[in-house]
Design a protein around this ligand. Sequence first.
Ligand SMILES: [Zn+2]
Length: 144
Amino acid sequence: MTHHFPGGLPTPRPVIEPDAEPWWDAAGRGELTVPYCEACGRPFWYPRGFCPRCGSTGVVWRPATGEGTVYSYTVVRRAAEPWGSHTPFVLAYVTLDEGVTVQTNIVDCSSDVLEPGLRVRAVFERADDADLPVLRFTPVDPVH
Ligand SMILES: [Zn+2]
């Protein structure tokens, strides 16, 4: 049976660490950035002010393509509130074209097209309880 997974999942207000503010500022403008380490040159995830590999605090925020590929996913059918009233929904890992893997939700998507390898693009939703951009993904090719 085909199911359509809408957006609008509840999102608790995150703690925004000061050294991740460049990421949130860009997201607020609808721009996805990825932090790169100036010392070892590699991207990392999640956004923070130091490299998890070498500890350098030299971080640059580069624009991302905003596209990636579903690495893996699950359909959540039972959950505690506030998510329980929004089931089923998709929890997924998406590998961005820059090479980092993001835990996220796939929204505005049909169960008919959902599979590992699906090409997706970033969308920023606004949480109901916070004026913050929430990074989620939707199919690049909207076949639904
Ligand atoms: Zn590094």
